[in-house]
Design a protein around this ligand. Sequence first.
Ligand SMILES: Nc1ncnc2c1ncn2[C@@H]1O[C@H](COP(=O)(O)OP(=O)(O)O)[C@@H](O)[C@H]1O
Ligand SMILES: [Mg+2]
Length: 215
Amino acid sequence: MSLITLTDPRSPVSEAYRTLRTNLSFYSLDHPIRSLVVTSAAPGEGKSTTVANLAVTMAQSGRRTILVDCDLRRPSLHTLLGCQESPGLTNVVLGEVEALPLQQTAVDNLLLLASGPKPPNPADLLGSKKVDQLIAQLMEQADIVLFDAPPVVAVTDSVVLGSKVDGVLLVVSAGKTRRDHAERAKETLAKAKVRIVGVTLTNAPKDTGLGSYYG
Ligand SMILES: Nc1ncnc2c1ncn2[C@@H]1O[C@H](COP(=O)(O)OP(=O)(O)O)[C@@H](O)[C@H]1O
Ligand SMILES: [Mg+2]
């Protein structure tokens, strides 16, 4: 496991993840965000790293937290958390398991629903009624449910999923995310009436740590 919030909780980067957690809790006091998708424009911009570290800090603050790997194309949360890829979400949607296959992690209060076997049609699967039921079930068992998802510009999965949750956090990688891709991601989400609750910057220069802002 190489999650910095676990291995080096006192580092500036871990502190930045806690700031992100705090900003999200203050985002809407009357309707707190209880389900959040983390996505970005393109692959390799830090979605999985961000959602996993954010989940760790939320669990560390005592909230019952469930992390769900909805990047059914390139699942990685199970690796980051030292868990197994299957059984997971696809098994639930296909009706192959009785109980939700939530995996314990090394972190108190943090459970993982891994991806499960790769399906041929991730967007259709995520758009299904079964996933609505699954999200409702997860919300009963957790204070906050965080979803990892594929990039917005490449495929429609994040838009589909984003419309089922309280909000979407957009990851932008300094020096990597293309401006036009970031704009297109924002427009694509906005067109589908998905609520973008914030933007977080990854890959920021080391001396300034990981910055994040909200508007
Ligand atoms: N905040 C960050 N600062 C610097 N590098 C990062 C940060 N977050 C992730 N990375 C690195 O970027 C790469 C891609 O991260 P990952 O979370 O797998 O991206 P994605 O899920 O968007 O494909 C990894 O090598 C990861 O260690
Ligand atoms: Mg990823």
